[in-house]
Design a protein around this ligand. Structure first.
Ligand code: ADP
Length: 650
């Protein structure tokens, strides 16, 4: 195999560009990123060696080795981990595998141009470990040999868009990364000198102290030799002495006493262990002794990862048994609605020697999972109660997870909705800030029987809905569902403490008061009198609508479209359609305001003849208007425009 040149994937190029020109000030963290990659690689080889000892080739002393070199202005990081094959190097280092990356990058770029986010935010949501090397290096060389194979490869790039790859020799398994440092980062004049052993030692202590494999470095000292009696020979030439030192303590943070751990330590550990760039929002450190003994360290990140709801997002906590790492992502520990939690569990009661599948289902793990779920939920309740501002920040990032959790109770056994119902927040017609269901219920007047909600893209759009008119007039509070998942969650909840939810755009809007009773009778009378008209409008619209009704909910608007009480709502239909699932159709009911001038006009046109073109056009226009109000485009916009034009010209 000769030397080959490759182009980075477009998205990778964009990220590299971001790194090379990064305004991210904390450039030193590149070392933490490369060390944690090395540590992961050792985890992997260790894990595989449990079933295939030969992989280790007799080299069982795991280590990460750092070599700062003042002469060549390089810093080298080596590990005897799993290493990579040529294909893996191309795949892992040249491309970003996460789906949705492109769309995300574009969105971020727009936000950046609008001044809403910085490079730091972008990097933060991504966690682009390896590429951070390009913040400090003008060239990066990787030599790597996969454990159990013979062919090593050398990868080289200056981060500008291409990389080369060629075969090479490598005696030890694993990966060696050499950074040719940019001139700001070596020598006495440098901003920061990463060829200085003491500087590297400090960085390792600061960022990587808990890495569970030794991080070693040579310390070179010059000493004059001693004679047989141990006395220094004064006129002899100094001799170089090389001493290998392990820089990190390797004591797992979670084994220390809570009171001895500083916040910064928790934060550094988090960033190191979980490849995060920003401090977490919340830390939970719990120990339990009882039927099952364990220590857990859990974090709520400060930002939701961009792919939290993509299928490629892998939730799960790390598992340890007596401080020995056993599994990277244990999925069944926490319920899916806590998928955003990062953390680890260390328990002597977990067995090292059973398969992953059996382990995930073990009784001990179930007990631990239940307890941890409780810990997190309790902490969230407390946060909501004591620090609303913080909770709202949490909600903005992860609220969707909890709502999906409630919705999923429809499919899955469990009582998630009971646990989560007091943690959900909604925008409301009564308050600027978000409200809880409890707050809503406490404010309900005695006569109000149901909790009202409305769906739409945002607050302004919902407030303008014709269906809001009556409720506003009566001063009734309406919860706003602005996220497609909101309505699904409400459906799943069914009621809150005995008060059922009622969409203002579905079924009959029964407000339950005396006034409404009178209005209801009045509407029924009008409907009876206009029986033929209603029937003929329905006939004209054909299968576009399931029904046409005289409306009780409209005050100033002429029409609105509502969905049947049963079955999906109009916005649910849209959501299903967006997910390429057009089978779920809402039963559309066109409601007409009998007090609007247009109703009189319809009556007149109808009297003139139900088969007249004008009557048919009016019916069609009314229906399309109602669609537009719901944010649904007409099937035939040209036809709609022509009909409006015809009418305007009259
Ligand atoms: P992340 O570590 O978040 O996956 P990186 O960009 O840091 O992202 O690394 C990309 C991938 O490259 C890793 O997932 C891993 O498969 C591979 N990799 C990086 N460094 C090493 C290493 N020292 N040894 C083996 N594989 C590595």
């Amino acid at each position: 195999m000769a030397k080959e040149m490759h182009e980075f994937q477009a998205e990778t190029k964009q990220l590299l560009d971001l790194m090379v020109n990064s305004i991210y000030t904390n450039k030193e963290i590149f070392l933490r990123e490369l060390i944690s990659n090395a540590s992961d690689a050792i985890d992997k080889v260790h894990f595989e060696s449990l079933t295939n000892r030969e992989l280790l080739e007799g080299d069982e002393d795991y280590e990460i080795y750092l070599v700062p070199d003042k002469d060549s202005h390089t810093l080298t990081i080596s590990d005897n981990g799993i290493g990579m094959t040529k294909d893996e190097v191309i795949e892992n280092i040249g491309t970003i595998a996460k789906s949705g990356t492109k769309a995300f990058l574009e969105k971020m770029k727009e936000a950046k141009e609008g001044g809403e986010v910085t490079d730091k935010d972008m990097i933060g949501q991504f966690g682009v470990g390896f590429y951070s090397a390009f913040m400090v290096a003008e060239k990066v060389t990787i030599t790597t040999r996969k454990a159990g194979t013979k062919d090593a490869v050398r990868w080289e790039s200056d981060g500008s868009g291409t990389f080369s790859i060629e075969p090479c020799e490598k005696e030890k398994r694993g990966t060696t990364i050499t950074l040719d440092l940019k001139k700001e980062f070596y020598g006495d004049e440098a901003e920061e000198d990463f060829t200085e052993t003491y500087r590297i030692e400090r960085l390792v202590k600061k960022y990587s102290d808990y890495v569970r494999y030794p991080i070693k470095m040579d310390f070179v000292t010059e000493e004059k030799p001693k004679d047989k009696d141990g006395k220094v020979i004064e006129d002899a030439k100094p001799e170089k002495k090389v001493e290998v030192r392990t820089l990190n303590s390797m004591q797992p943070l979670w084994t220390k006493n809570k009171s001895d751990i500083k916040k910064e330590e928790y934060n550094e550990f988090y960033k190191n262990q979980f490849h995060e760039w920003e401090d977490p929002m919340e830390v939970f450190h719990t120990k339990a002794e009882g039927t099952v003994e364990y220590t857990a360290l859990m974090y709520i990140p400060s930002k939701a990862p961009f792919n939290l709801y993509h299928t490629d997002f892998e939730p799960g906590m790390q598992l340890y048994s007596r401080h020995v790492f056993i599994m990277e992502k244990c999925k069944d520990l926490l319920p899916d609605y806590l998928r955003f939690i990062k953390g680890l569990v260390d328990s002597p009661d977990l067995s090292l020697n059973i398969s992953r599948e059996l382990l995930q289902q073990s009784r001990e793990l179930k007990v631990i999972g239940k307890n941890l779920e409780k810990t997190v939920l309790k902490a969230l309740e407390k946060m909501l109660d004591k620090d609303r501002e913080k909770y709202e920040k949490f909600w903005a990032e992860f609220g969707k997870s909890l709502k999906i959790g409630i919705y999923n109770t429809i499919y899955m056994a469990g009582d998630a909705k009971e646990k989560l119902k007091d943690l959900v927040l909604f925008p409301s017609s009564k308050e600027e800030k978000l409200v809880t269901l409890k707050e809503y219920k406490e404010r309900m007047p005695l006569s109000q029987k149901k909790i009202y909600y409305a769906t739409g893209k945002d607050k302004t759009i919902i407030e303008a809905l014709p269906q809001m008119e009556l409720l506003r007039e009566k001063g009734l509070e309406v919860l706003f569902c602005t996220d497609p998942v909101d309505e699904f969650a409400i459906e799943a909840l069914h009621d809150y403490d005995g008060k059922e939810f009622q969409s203002i755009a579905r079924g009959d809007l029964d407000l339950g008061d005396a006034e409404s009773e009178t209005a209801k009778k009045e509407t029924e009378d009008i409907a009876k009198k206009n029986d033929d008209l209603i029937k003929d409008i329905k006939e004209t619209l054909g299968d576009k609508v399931a029904d046409v009704k005289v409306s009780q909910r409209l005050k100033t608007s002429a029409v609105c479209l509502v969905a049947d009480e049963m079955g999906p709502s109009l916005s649910m239909e849209q959501t299903f359609a967006d997910m390429d699932n057009p089978l779920f159709k809402a039963k559309r009911i066109l409601e007409l305001n009998p007090h609007h001038d247009l109703f009189g006009r319809l009556q007149k046109l109808h009297e003139a003849g139900k088969d007249s073109q004008d009557f048919k056009d009016y019916c069609d226009l009314l229906y399309t208007q109602a669609l537009l109000i719901e944010g649904i485009l007409p099937e035939n916009p040209v036809d709609f425009a022509n009909k409006v034009a015809k009418l305007m010209a009259k």
